[in-house]
Ligand binder design. Sequence first.
Ligand SMILES: Nc1ncnc2c1ncn2[C@@H]1O[C@H](COP(=O)(O)OP(=O)(O)OP(=O)(O)O)[C@@H](O)[C@H]1O
Ligand SMILES: [Mg+2]
Length: 341
Amino acid sequence: MGKTLGELGWLDRVVVDSDIVLVDLAPAYAGASVELRPLLLAALAPLGVGQMGLREAPVIPRARPQGGLPGLDRVKNIIAVASGKGGVGKSTTAVNLALALAAEGARVGILDADIYGPSQPMMLGIPSGTKPGVKDNAWFLPIAVHGIEMISIGLLLDGDNTPVVWRGPKATGALLQLLQQTQWSDLDFLVVDMPPGTGDIQLTLAQKVPVAGAVIVTTPQDIALLDAKKGIEMFRKVDIPVLGVVENMALHVCSNCGHAEHIFGSGGGERIARDYRTELLGALPLDIRIREEVDAGRPTVVAEPEGEIATLYRQVARRVGAALAKAAQVDPKRIPNIVFE
Ligand SMILES: Nc1ncnc2c1ncn2[C@@H]1O[C@H](COP(=O)(O)OP(=O)(O)OP(=O)(O)O)[C@@H](O)[C@H]1O
Ligand SMILES: [Mg+2]
């Protein structure tokens, strides 16, 4: 965050009991104590503190959506997960990011905005034919699954294979309706799995959905990076902060011999993050488990919560949380008025 704990105001309570220190943290993103624990222990050791108890109760702020759009009452921050190119692992990243944010302690929902190829119901293991509940004839009720809430246009279609051939305005209309007429619980984050590309639909969505920040998913090869750049430029054009880039399928380690190969090239995510002055949020390997687990409806973050891949997703989640907390800090509404007398 680039500030001291004192400046951030995250220290809620510190109790010193002989050589034990108990710290209550109220960080602006969930999971901040993971990085803070070793730093605090290192700072306390020279003072003769042998043990530290650290508790965290995050207070996640609301960041300002673009263009003065009104936010959703019950959703603090909408995060758009997008890519210029299709098939780079956007939906896989979106669902694991949502589950990782929840694992860090945030309240999370996911909206599958890919009207042409909804994949969240399958990735979250929702039996086909499941329909969302309807309340007062006006609200969809999201499906609760793996500790998060989910809604998808896929739940409203008949059968798995109904092709959705809506044109732009109808498609965006359906999506906005799904967004605005779903009765979410009080959520810290709503992750939106965007349709691939940077065409009219994506641009309209980026203009109409009150987004706090965007995460761009890319694979490392040049053609995907080129499209990812278009994605970044699209969000910047509509004044949505780009929280960072996730490089997917960055490295393949052979499960037989352990040989590591950069199948799609290396360093692309880092380059694009540097060129566009944004952050590389993480690099995920090309790993058969990631594919098998989303196919089976139990994404890696819930299938192997202690594994190294889940650890990578959780680090991405904390970085996203931190980037949003920073974005909320610069919210003009939160800057106090200065009065000269
Ligand atoms: N890191 C990874 N390792 C292995 N397989 C992966 C990885 N990421 C994604 N996949 C697999 O690649 C395929 C495409 O992923 P996904 O559906 O998430 O892409 P997408 O960008 O959402 O595609 P679309 O543009 O069609 O929406 C899926 O079968 C998924 O399981
Ligand atoms: Mg997808």
